[in-house]
Ligand binder design. Structure first.
Ligand code: IPD
Length: 266
């Protein structure tokens, strides 16, 4: 096994995600404080987001010193090995801050340029601490929920697709997001907005959703979970930025992916 073997990188991602998730759980039980707001007043970072990212970054520096790092809460480092770790320490920060038990640590190892359209995801882990659920995948090795292999159904139910979406923090973009929701509703049996993009994506891989779409995700929201979707047999795409600079991410079971992509795009 080489040090770029996807299975080896997957084992690092799962072990770090579990350790980081335990820290997030402990900090949540102690009470959460908002450290700052970011792009908009609704876009928050907690002290725990920063502490968890610092922990993951420090561990990676010890065991993979030549690798790059791209995280939600700290400066990027391109590294020298060609492998970059793409990390969201707490995806679903607003859920976390409100005590809604739906948030995740997301860790991916990618190879190539620091651009989701150009890199190759080699391994990923999405750990949901309140449920102790570990979604993980290695390129070519399948997608897993713990020890259970994930394989998506090829089509949605005849009753229509159970879909999920999300809304960015910038209020000026909400009207456009709602227009998309109205456009996709005819193909939906119902729609969810659960608050953590990585979990939404893993839910497609696990058969808990038929499809998911959202504008404005950042690379750390989908780097690990996008691989988990494709390794489960689902389809995943990152569509080019719109006039506001926001990419559109779509994941779905194969039978509805094209239709959902057509309706969710401008
Ligand atoms: C957010 C969550 C949310 C999605 C936002 C993301 P964060 O990530 O994934 O569900 O709608 O677009 O930014 O800020 O909690 O890491």
């Amino acid at each position: 096994m080489t040090d770029t073997d996807p299975g080896y990188l997957e084992s690092i991602a799962t072990s770090l995600a579990r350790e980081a998730g335990q820290l997030a759980l402990v900090r949540r039980s102690e009470g959460v404080s908002i450290a700052a707001t970011k792009s908009a007043i609704a876009d928050i970072v907690t002290d725990a987001d920063r502490e968890v990212e610092t922990l993951i970054r420090a561990r990676l520096r010890e065991i993979r010193p030549a690798d790059g790092f791209l995280g939600e809460e700290s400066d990027a480092d391109p590294g020298t090995s060609g492998i970059t770790w793409v990390v969201d320490p707490i995806d679903g920060t607003v859920n976390y801050a409100y005590g809604i038990p739906s948030y995740a640590v997301s860790i991916a190892a990618v190879q190539g340029p620091l651009n989701p359209g150009e890199w190759t995801a080699l391994a990923g882990a999405v750990y949901v601490p309140p449920l102790d659920e570990m979604f993980h995948a290695a390129r070519g090795g399948g997608a897993w929920l713990g020890e259970r292999r994930l394989r998506v159904e090829t089509d949605a139910s005849a009753a229509g697709a159970l879909l999920a979406t999300g809304f960015g923090y910038d209020p000026t973009t909400h009207a456009g997001d709602l227009t998309r929701v109205a456009r996709v509703m005819p193909m939906a049996r119902d729609i969810r907005r659960m608050g953590a993009a990585s979990i939404d994506l893993c839910s497609v891989a696990a058969g808990r959703l038929d499809g998911y779409f959202e504008r404005g995700l950042k690379p750390w929201d989908h780097a690990a979970a996008g691989l988990i979707v494709t390794e489960s047999g689902g389809r995943f795409g990152v569509f080019p930025p719109d006039e506001t600079g926001r990419v559109l991410v779509i994941a779905a079971v194969p039978g509805i992916y094209e239709r959902l992509s057509g309706l969710a795009q401008p």
